[in-house]
Design a binder for this molecule. Structure first.
Ligand code: CAA
Length: 470
């Protein structure tokens, strides 16, 4: 079944011409990845190791994503209204960037509450209990504390076992992928001992109000259960193309809430990284079966289109098919439907794209191979692949995937600007007395059977963050 989304007509126009600047790395010359490139790595020790990791994973019945769910704040902004307020043609945002709506966090929502909501949903969807989780990694680039990780708050809110390994990963938007690949290795190495890993990507993407980055904000979390014998997507373990380079394309100094970005350079860095990671992946991967679909990191939909076009060029495929209604519409567009209604969620963007793809057409994709491209500014990138498992569609259909997008509050521009203004002091807001009283009384545990949600109350006199569940 191919699911059609109401109100998300997605028309991207124009085609990106891939050029190399003096500042960017000449990937095309250092990593020749023509279709005829010899599989020079296949006999190397690297490849032998990849094969042995893959064999270990196969002996476990495969390793990959067993369940996935997302959460967004309760409010959103229409990009056409933002365009009107900023004196910009609405098509620049809806078509030129490919985003229709941006999720905006309110004062009681932060990366912890979004992570808790997504994790709660994924546990419910999977039918697993918190006791089955042996590893919990939270990927974020909008951490709430320089020391205490979001994973620790999550540990308390979900009631995860004390024997669980818990930590946070940061590398811009790549942090969630770092967690996912770590979890896959943890399972393939035998450390899981039958347990599952909970990987949560959570972020609030903020740029300065009125800046070029403003229409590429968003907020949300994606939670994934990673396990042996996964029911949704079995990953090709050990076969992954990595790329890294020290660049200043996007950064957020410790004292800032808003990110700083060299926007057009960041796009170039993303595309260079795709060329590098994809080239590495092709040296390792079995190319006999083409990728039926590819999900890309989606800061905004148009960039996924540019990425797809670049991959077509690298594959020696017809460019015009990528620019027209051909391969892009089939291979990428379904993955952009949920992101177009949420905006950039940094670490979770790629996985929201994956969920969008599964939600759109899991039945058609069962047994098919899909590619995944993760990019984190700074920069690090990874290209890897997996196979949609038979039975995935039934699981997705049972989930009510899009529920978080229903009944959201549509913000006016003054409401949005007031929220952004309040953001500046949110981390110093004193918690109400009733919640401050809960400190020291043990964890507030989200009840898996209920619909209750975590909320951020503020800080106590010792500057500890206080959460309640209601
Ligand atoms: N109708 C249709 N399309 C229009 C239009 C109109 N009226 N007016 C403009 N456009 C098109 C432009 O042609 C352009 O398309 P192309 O890229 O295909 O040429 C597109 O709309 C955007 O226009 P501009 O390039 O003029 O936009 P801008 O300069 O104002 O800003 C941006 C664009 C640089 C992406 C900016 O939004 C930004 O800095 N965003 C944050 C950084 C970011 O997201 N970078 C992505 C890579 S980094 C990464 O991936 C990590 C991460 O998550 C941050």
């Amino acid at each position: 079944m191919r699911r059609v989304f109401a109100g998300t007509a997605f028309a991207l126009v124009g085609a990106h011409k891939f050029t190399l600047t003096e500042d960017s790395v000449p990937i095309m010359t250092t990593l020749p990845i023509s279709p005829a490139a010899p599989d020079s790595a296949s006999g190397s020790p690297d490849c032998a190791l990849a094969r042995s990791t893959a064999a270990a994973a196969a002996a476990l019945g495969g390793v990959g994503i067993d369940a996935i769910a997302f959460a967004v704040p309760r409010s959103y902004l229409e990009l056409t209204e933002l365009a009107a307020a900023r004196g910009v043609a609405p098509e620049k945002y809806t078509s030129g960037l490919g985003t229709l709506q941006m999720a905006i966090a309110g004062p009681e929502e932060d990366p912890v509450t979004l992570a808790a909501q997504a994790a709660h949903r994924v546990l419910r969807a999977s039918g697993r209990s918190p006791a089955e989780i042996g590893l919990c990694i939270v990927g974020t680039e909008t951490a709430v504390d320089h020391s205490k990780p979001i994973a620790s708050y999550l540990h308390g809110l979900l009631g995860l076992p004390r024997s669980c390994r818990v930590f946070e990963t940061k590398h811009a938007c790549f942090g969630g992928t770092a967690g996912l690949l770590n979890a896959v290795d943890w399972i393939a190495a035998g450390s899981a001992r039958g347990r599952a890993a909970l990987i949560v990507c959570t972020d609030i993407a903020r740029y300065t109000v009125g800046s070029a980055g403003e229409p590429t904000q968003g907020a949300g979390a994606v939670a994934m259960l990673v396990s042996a014998r996964p029911r949704l997507v079995e990953l090709e373990v050990g076969i992954s193309g990595s790329y890294a380079l020290d660049v200043h394309d996007f950064w957020r100094p410790l004292h800032r809430k808003d990110a700083l970005v060299d926007g057009h350079f960041s796009v170039q860095c993303y595309l260079d990284a795709l060329a590098g990671a994809y080239g590495q992946w092709r040296l390792l991967a079995d190319e006999r079966e083409p990728l039926a679909r590819t999900c890309y990191h989606v800061p905004y939909g148009k960039l996924a289109r540019k990425a797809h076009q670049l991959r077509c060029q690298l594959d020696g495929r017809d460019d015009s098919a990528a620019a027209g209604p051909g391969s892009f519409a089939v291979e990428v567009e379904p993955s952009l439907r949920l992101p177009a209604q949420v905006g950039n969620i940094y670490t979770g963007s790629l996985y929201l794209a994956l969920l969008s793809l599964l939600y759109s057409e899991a039945a058609e994709l069962e047994n098919k191979r899909i590619g995944l491209f993760s990019y984190g500014s700074g920069c690090a990138a990874e290209f890897f692949a997996g196979r949609v498992r038979p039975g995935a569609a039934a699981l997705i259909d049972a989930m009510d995937v899009a529920a978080p997008l229903r009944d959201r509050h549509r913000l006016t521009i003054p409401e949005y600007e007031q929220l952004r203004q309040n953001d500046l002091h949110a981390d110093q807001r004193p918690a109400e007395a009733i919640h401050a009283a809960a400190v020291g009384q043990g964890p507030l545990t989200l009840d898996l059977e209920s619909q209750r949600q975590a909320r951020f109350c503020g800080i106590d006199p010792k500057e500890r963050r206080i959460y309640s569940v209601q």
